[in-house]
Design a protein around this ligand. Structure first.
Ligand SMILES: [Zn+2]
Length: 381
């Protein structure tokens, strides 16, 4: 594939605004690009304007290698702060600018390029490469959840998630657990608080217990300590009323050794205990839950990817972990286990930034890396 063609695909993809909730035009665009190169793909609708895309090259028998990316981006924020129009896809020197260039239209376009190159070379000879392009990765992970439900990772033997990883190979990432604890009391005039139940005071007591609820959790050998923060505390409406409602919200960065289920159970136990001890009522609500992902760094797929990268880039690819969740949090909900690693073009810290940009050289190399991984994985020359 010519560099200009590859660059054009990424530019056009950036020019389609896919701020979370409007991914369908991008899915349709990629379907067209793939179809122009003789590759069939399916659009899997999730909601109005929201469509996943799944495409395959190769043979029906044999192992399955999945390339996973997402179509949505985060919001632009204050567009006045951008020097380059976030939907321009402009190339200046070695950089291509725009929302999603790094997170992760660059990685996704590179995966599309790889599929085209595989198709043109008649590869893989035994097995297939499946592209999964999802909606909603940046908010709820609904796209990857739906693909998992529909069994699209059931037969997968290994997966690469194409998020930017700053020239490192990520084999594990923390999960994320967002929750709300609601405290219900009873309204009364502040001149006679005994007639009421103070939801704020109760919640403050809950807070004191909860602060230390995870102190005993041992650190993960790969991901380090579980990280717990109470980030919102809200209650009361009127200065002279005993408040009948308050809530707090928090986030836990979960680890495989103490995952989202364990966190939820522990919070629920605390809620149940304090409900039994106190007047008033607490209620736990799960706002969002993304599981941690941890592939064994000794898994042979990890070293295969490192070697493939070395072959193409002529330099080593060090291992790393990250603390942000990805679509992998959904794909691991499938009942069978398979290795997942994250590698994609771009510097992770450029994600979600003003004037987000991706190195053109890195982008143009990325499909070669994925191609080499596919060749090494299937044993094709
Ligand atoms: Zn991303």
């Amino acid at each position: 594939m010519e560099d200009s063609v590859k660059l054009n695909i990424l530019q056009e993809l950036i020019q389609i605004n896919t701020v979370n909730g409007h991914e369908q035009p991008a899915a349709e665009y990629l379907k067209q690009v793939l179809s122009d190169h003789g590759i069939e793909s399916d659009l899997i609708a999730l909601a109005a304007g929201r469509t996943n895309l799944v495409a395959e090259v190769g043979e029906h028998d044999g192992p399955v290698l999945a390339l996973a990316g997402h179509l949505d981006t985060v919001d632009v924020g204050d567009s006045n702060k951008w020097q380059h129009n976030p939907f321009c896809g402009q190339v200046i020197d070695d950089a291509i600018y725009g929302r999603g260039s790094v997170d992760m239209k660059g990685g996704l376009a590179a995966m599309v390029n790889t599929l085209i190159e595989l198709k043109e070379a008649g590869l893989p000879k035994h097995g297939k490469v499946r592209l999964l392009a999802t909606v909603d990765e940046e908010i709820g992970g609904l796209g990857s959840l739906e693909l998992t439900r529909q069994g699209l990772v059931r037969d997968v033997d290994a997966m690469i998630v194409g998020e930017a990883t700053t020239n490192r190979l990520e084999y594990a990432h923390s999960g994320s657990f967002d929750y709300r604890v609601k405290s219900y009391g009873h309204l009364a005039h502040s001149s006679d608080p005994s007639l009421g139940i103070n939801a704020v005071a109760n919640l403050a007591r809950f807070f004191e217990y909860e602060r230390h609820a995870f102190d005993d959790v041992k650190a993960s050998p790969s991901l380090g300590s579980l990280i717990h923060s109470i980030t919102v505390f809200h209650g009361g409406r009127q200065l002279n009323s005993i408040p009948d409602y308050a809530y707090l919200e928090g986030n836990v960065r979960t680890i495989p050794e103490f995952d989202n289920t364990a966190v939820q159970n522990r919070l629920q136990t605390l809620v149940d205990r304090l409900n039994a001890e106190m007047d008033g009522q607490f209620e736990l609500e799960v706002v969002a839950s993304f599981m941690p992902m941890a592939t064994d760094p000794a898994d042979q797929f990890v070293s295969l990817v490192q070697q493939s990268y070395q072959t193409v880039a002529g330099q080593s690819l060090p291992l790393a972990v990250s603390h942000g969740a990805t679509d992998a949090s959904r794909y691991i909900l499938d009942e069978h286990r398979f290795p997942i690693v994250e590698w994609g073009p771009g510097r992770e810290e450029m994600s979600h930034q003003v004037d987000e940009s991706l190195s053109v050289a890195e982008y143009l190399q990325a499909d070669q890396v994925y191609l080499q991984i596919a060749k090494d994985f299937f044993g094709d020359d």
